[in-house]
Design a protein around this ligand. Sequence first.
Ligand code: NI
Length: 138
Amino acid sequence: MIYLTRRERFNAAHRMYRDDWDDEKNLAVFGKCSNPNWHGHNYELFVTVCGEPDPETGLLINLKDLSRIIRQRVIDPLDHKNINLEVPFMKGRIASTENLAIAIWEELEEPLRHKGITLCSVKISESENNFVEYKKNH
Ligand code: NI
């Protein structure tokens, strides 16, 4: 099995909070990321697809298809946006990196499948030392 990863970067603002909690409880649970006046991160996104290379070309996929789908479905809606307020696929979800990884998976899986591409992992880093990764069993 070949695993091929495309890296993309985006900047976005967010706030970690629950409406039904006061600022004090949000601060206790979410820390600095609960700042009521928002804050930003430089996110890195790693989208991994997998499968066997085409015997005719030696290639797993068409990289142009992969980067176009990621850009249209995920990067354009997220880059320089407020994740809580402006990103349709994050509506109604707490703006955690964990939820972002799941939402990005949901945005990408079907359009990639249309191109014969199997999604294997969505990994996001919000800061240098923290990564989350979402995978599904096929
Ligand atoms: Ni944050």
